[in-house]
Write a protein of this length. Structure first.
Length: 148
């Protein structure tokens, strides 16, 4: 089982994310996220979200009735969605604030410049439209909330 730990020391083991943080009384809190859980889009500071991108497939539509990835774990989503076709991509507009969307996949990528791991969550916004969420920066900026 894979998960992300959010705290001072963080790492990724998919498809679950475990959040560890200190509350005001210094008690540790743990939350696990799984593919299928909901994320709520949080605060928007400006005209769009800084750490969330929206991608809409405009050519070579994806077959969402019979997707080419493991929908229970999210494994293979990136290859299935991003390797073929054309996209309209933009920062997620503020009009999405307060809405909830299902997690379809979680992956770790190496940053090309820093060589540090980047944890990304993919959420489904609409037919052929998914959001790429830079997980830790989005949490810190309060751009996403975990729905429980």
């Amino acid at each position: 089982m894979n998960r992300i730990l959010v705290a001072i020391s963080l790492f990724l083991l998919l498809p679950a994310i475990e959040l560890k943080a200190q509350d005001a009384d210094t008690a540790e809190v743990e939350i696990e996220l799984y593919v299928g859980d909901l994320l709520e889009i949080g605060q928007c500071k400006g005209s769009s979200f800084k750490h969330i991108e929206m991608h809409h497939k405009t050519r070579t539509a994806c077959n969402e009735r019979n997707p080419g990835y493991d929908t229970s774990s999210g494994e293979g989503f990136y290859r299935w969605y991003f390797t073929e076709g054309d996209f309209d991509s933009q920062k997620l507009p503020c009009s999405y604030a307060g809405k909830r969307f299902p997690i379809v996949s979680m992956e770790t990528f190496l940053d090309k410049e820093t060589k540090e791991p980047r944890e990304v969550i993919f959420i489904k916004l609409a037919q052929s439209t998914y959001a790429w969420v830079e997980f830790y920066p989005a949490i810190e900026a309060e751009e996403i909330k975990i729905v429980r």
